[in-house]
Design a protein around this ligand. Structure first.
Ligand code: C2E
Ligand code: CA
Ligand code: CA
Ligand code: CA
Length: 276
């Protein structure tokens, strides 16, 4: 009896119970948020390190719940992935980001590229390429001004990833590998990939100004990028010392709190105006 009691306690451990309650709650709330369009997008600027020029922005979804307040993507994206809700939510984000970028161009701002994160689940929708094509057509955005950020995890799922990537790229859309270096086989597979940019994961940038191993990894990634003629961007740049290292090692672009946090549409417009 004692033992069963102990197992019972372990099974119904409060933290597990709470977690699943939170999950159920968030899942329901996600469905409602989808219906009522309670999401919006912030944009984080990307800069060319040499010139300080604004070269693009990453669209990052934001959920402001009427009662629960702001819920960070790290909390709800995984649930959206598991439930499949990421498909309609992701499509909304993609459409919204393309619409917005087209609107900026129509207002006369110098064109720049907006990147949208594509979840694994979205990536394997059979009609993905058609959806992307249709969204570009509907919004009137030229494909070159859209970039899709995908993670290495798609390559673990199937051998089909490469032809899908190729079809997206054939549309003229740019492809970036997000969180580069955190997967298993980065270095071996990247050679065969139809991609434009690799994004050095923030975990290597975090201590790159003081850690020899991170320095070696970042250098290796920069060398690969150069050899394969890929563009490269560092994410999570927070400090001048990190920037100095990246700059000295020939990293072209950067993104991070040192330059700017993700900001609302209006603040991007201020930056675009200032860049004119
Ligand atoms: P990610 O794609 O790697 O995005 C970068 C995350 O790092 C963002 O967090 C961004 O705000 C944060 N960040 C940027 N610069 C810095 C910095 O200098 N220091 C630190 N500490 N953090 C920085 P966010 O917006 O909370 O998003 C977290 C993750 O959620 C994203 O990681 C991405 O995986 C996912 N996500 C966010 N928006 C979307 C979306 O629209 N669609 C999909 N599928 N996933 C999204
Ligand atoms: Ca990203
Ligand atoms: Ca249509
Ligand atoms: Ca990332």
């Amino acid at each position: 009896v004692k033992e069963r009691g102990r197992n019972g306690f372990e099974f119904f451990h409060p933290s597990i119970e709470e977690k699943s309650l939170e999950r159920i709650l968030l899942e329901n709330e996600l469905r409602k948020a989808m219906e009522h369009e309670h999401f919006h997008i912030d944009y984080q600027p990307k800069y060319e390190l040499l010139t300080g020029k604004l070269v693009g922005a990453e669209a990052l979804v934001r959920w402001n719940h009427p009662e629960l307040g702001r819920i960070p993507p790290n909390k709800f994206i995984p649930i959206a992935e598991e439930t499949g809700l990421i498909v309609p939510i992701g499509e909304w984000i993609l459409r919204r980001a393309c619409e917005q970028n087209r609107a900026w161009q129509a207002e006369g701002y110098a064109p720049f590229r907006v990147s949208v994160n594509l979840s694994v689940r979205q990536f394997f929708q059979p009609d993905l390429v058609e959806r992307v094509r249709e969204i570009l057509e509907d919004t009137g955005l030229e494909p070159q001004w859209l970039e899709l950020e995908i993670t290495e995890s798609i390559f673990a799922e199937t051998d089909n990833a490469v032809p899908i990537l190729q079809s997206i790229r054939d549309l003229g859309v740019h492809i970036s590998i997000d969180d580069f270096g955190t997967g298993y086989s980065s270095f071996s597979y990247v050679k065969h990939l139809p991609v434009d940019t690799i994004k050095i994961d923030a975990s290597f940038i975090r201590d790159v100004h003081m850690n020899k191993e991170s320095q070696a990894i970042v250098r290796a990634i920069l060398t690969i990028a150069q050899t394969l003629h890929l563009n490269v961007i560092a994410e999570g740049v927070e400090r001048e010392e990190q920037l100095a290292f990246l700059h000295a090692e020939g990293c072209r672009e950067g993104q991070g709190y040192l330059f700017s946090k993700p900001i609302p549409r209006q603040e991007i417009e201020t930056l675009l105006k200032a860049a004119e």
